[in-house]
Design a protein around this ligand. Structure first.
Ligand SMILES: Nc1ncnc2c1ncn2[C@@H]1O[C@H](COP(=O)(O)OP(=O)(O)O)[C@@H](O)[C@H]1O
Ligand SMILES: [Mg+2]
Length: 419
């Protein structure tokens, strides 16, 4: 399932809020559209050679008021409801991530850097938490506005003016597409370097005793500084994209406005357009430009959300490598007969630690393992609660292979005192 669909699936767990929020965004978009389109009847009435119609003026004024209220109500609804949904999405994603981490094996955590894992649960989720919000309503509201505006100009005015307006809008879309694609890339880089930074921080602080004993503080500071600067560089790339988008759209809209005024003026001089048409153009262009800016900003936020979500989902999707067998049974109350049968073991990275261990331990028997440091005592003990799977032979408790029973029923009957 694509990242967008997965986010959508999370949001769909709150259908009432989601639908209410989307309806609010549609209402606000539609009312804003009607408000702009009313510029034409208003101006045509005011410049009517036959005189101003007071009735018409009152009708228009009341309508404008109603649309204004519609925008407010729609905004209130979507701002609250869509943020409610967004926070629900974050709540569930974070919960799923933590639940998944709990299911992963000890081997996984030894291979992965704790800092990088923590970074996904904090830095990446916080990007989602801040970017996934009601600003994204613009992704629905503004296209409604933009398409409606074009149709409105076509119906109320002329196809020529509509075509010009379409041209202006058409020039903005590629700019938005390009910048949001860049933004997704940059966000992934930012999150990657933040993960490095967090990993470094966790390692350095976790090993602070070693760092200080060996007088390695200066070395650690220099290393941290390098990561720190890399993060800033990645961040600045995103800042540049964000800084350039709005002014660029603004520039396009100014050029567009000039072109539209020239075209409108010419149409007017030819008797092909009324003063209302020109008013409609004047009202439309800033609205159109505002709509595209709003839409563009939402696209950037969406790109950031997607980049961070991909990283979170990637972690949620790592398959646990040590799971209960599909037909695993409950171990039941055990007596405690332990049998290592030709047992062998090696860590993922490394040579054999245990080979051909044959060991029987009877219930109630007390056994001490004695050996040099690094000879494999802890490793042997860790096989019993199945923190690791044997890589050769088998390990049985009361005749049950530990891989054939559920881990919960096995571990519930083992006591461990860590060193
Ligand atoms: N998580 C691990 N990953 C890779 N190698 C390990 C890991 N833990 C221990 N080892 C290696 O396995 C061997 C046995 O270690 P261990 O069982 O801790 O010995 P002991 O408890 O007898 O001191 C050692 O060579 C050690 O370096
Ligand atoms: Mg040990």
């Amino acid at each position: 399932m694509s990242t967008g669909r997965r986010l959508w699936a999370y949001a769909a767990t709150l259908p009432a809020h989601l639908l209410g929020g989307l309806a609010g965004a549609l209402l606000a978009g539609a009312c804003q559209l009607l408000l702009v389109l009313y510029a034409k009847p208003l101006l045509d009435n005011a410049t009517n050679a036959a005189g101003v119609s007071v009735d018409g003026l009152v009708r228009v004024t009341i309508s404008i008021f109603i649309f204004g209220v519609g925008i407010s109500v729609g905004e209130l609804a979507y701002m609250y409801l869509l943020d409610y949904v967004a926070q629900g999405v974050v709540l569930n994603m974070r919960g799923d991530l933590f639940r998944h981490l709990q299911a992963l094996s000890l081997g996984f955590f030894e291979d992965a850097s704790t800092g990088a894992l923590v970074s996904r649960a904090t830095n990446d989720l916080s990007v989602i938490q801040t970017r996934l919000n009601n600003d994204l309503a613009a992704l629905l509201r503004q296209p409604v506005m933009i398409v409606g505006l074009l149709v409105g100009i076509l119906v109320l005015s002329s196809w020529q003016l509509m075509a010009f307006t379409l041209l202006v809008g058409g020039a903005m879309l590629p700019v938005i597409n390009f910048t949001s694609a860049r933004m997704k890339l940059h966000t992934a880089q930012i999150q990657e370097s933040l993960a490095d930074l967090t990993a470094h921080l966790t390692e350095s602080l976790g090993g602070i005793r070693v760092v200080q004993s060996f007088g390695a503080s200066e070395h650690e500071i220099a290393r941290f500084e390098a990561d720190n600067r890399a993060t800033r560089r990645a961040m600045m790339r995103a800042v540049r994209v964000r800084a350039v988008l709005r002014p660029l759209l603004h520039l396009i809209s100014i050029v567009g406005l000039i072109l539209l005024l020239v075209a409108g003026g010419w149409l007017y001089s030819q008797g092909l357009a009324t003063m209302g048409d020109i008013g409609l153009v004047l009202a439309s262009v800033p609205t159109l430009s505002g709509a595209f800016k709003d839409f563009g900003r939402a696209r950037l936020a969406w790109a950031e959300t997607m980049a961070a979500s991909e990283r979170v989902f990637e972690l949620i999707d790592t398959a646990p490598d040590l799971v209960d067998a599909p037909d695993a049974v409950d171990l039941g109350a055990i007596e405690g007969r332990l049998e290592f049968r030709n047992t062998g073991f090696h860590y993922r990275t490394g040579s054999d630690v245990l080979t051909d261990i044959d060991l029987h331990i009877e219930p109630g028997q007390m056994v001490a393992l004695v050996g040099a440091s690094g000879s494999g005592k802890t490793t042997l003990a860790n096989l019993v609660p199945r923190l690791y799977d044997v890589t050769a032979g088998a390990l049985l408790i009361d005749g049950h292979d530990v891989r054939a029973v559920t881990r919960a029923s096995l571990r519930a009957q083992i006591g461990i005192v860590p060193q």
